[in-house]
Design a protein around this ligand. Sequence first.
Ligand code: ZN
Length: 288
Amino acid sequence: MKDYAVRASAAGEQVRIFAATTKEMCEFARKAHETSPVMTAALGRLMTAGSMMGLMMKNPTDLLTLEIMGAGPGQGLLVTAGANGFVKGFPRVADAMLPPKNGKLDVGGAFVPGLLRVIKDMGLKEPYNSTVALQTGEIAEDLTYYFATSEQVPTSVGLGVLMNKDNTVKVAGGFILQLMPFAEDKIIEKLEENIKSIPPVTTMLEEGATPEDMVNRLLEGLEDVTIHETNEIGFACDCSRERITKSLITLPKKDIKEMIDDGKPIEVRCQFCNSKYEFGTDDLKAML
Ligand code: ZN
């Protein structure tokens, strides 16, 4: 099954929800960055959220950046997402290892204490920029806190990445459920009840739940549950030999001369997707 996300609403638009399945993008990132299980989970959760938050943006050229900066062994993550829900991202320390906590991957322990930064570049002079303290570092709770404090939107975020025994990604996905300011108490109570009674995202996905199933479970008992949109999402990097060449040209001339004098080809890797680009001395001479 390809990665995709749905956007739905219920109760006369008092509630809106995004739900996604993201196994392919998480597995792509795991392979590209050769992440340890805890970092596969961390990056996968942030990319899953990024994808859904990307879809929330209005204009096709809007760009979302989510960054975790932490003092723990994982140090941080950077994810960017377009308004089409396609993401790219990388971990600061791909192979960070931590002992499990309560039998689970200790994603929070990889980062806390730390910060979550959200940047939305909507083509204005100043991009929207908000930084909050990490609450647990488990990412879903941190985003819930971000939505409540920075955007003043009561939100419930569920994110999950489950690995196979060989550490490849078995299932991944999540949801972001938001209440509009005019939501009635009885709607809020019903949603709280639903959120309490549903199993973790990874359990639902492992049992074969689709994003539509997650929407229906979360919005159970509400009127006019409507799925408005289904979008294919995934990992997409826009790096190219031309882009890397452009960035190399900005280096000081003497640095490029030194590389030429070394006489060996240089290798440059894209930070986001880890693709390798090689430049020989002739290429470097052309840059000068
Ligand atoms: Zn790339």
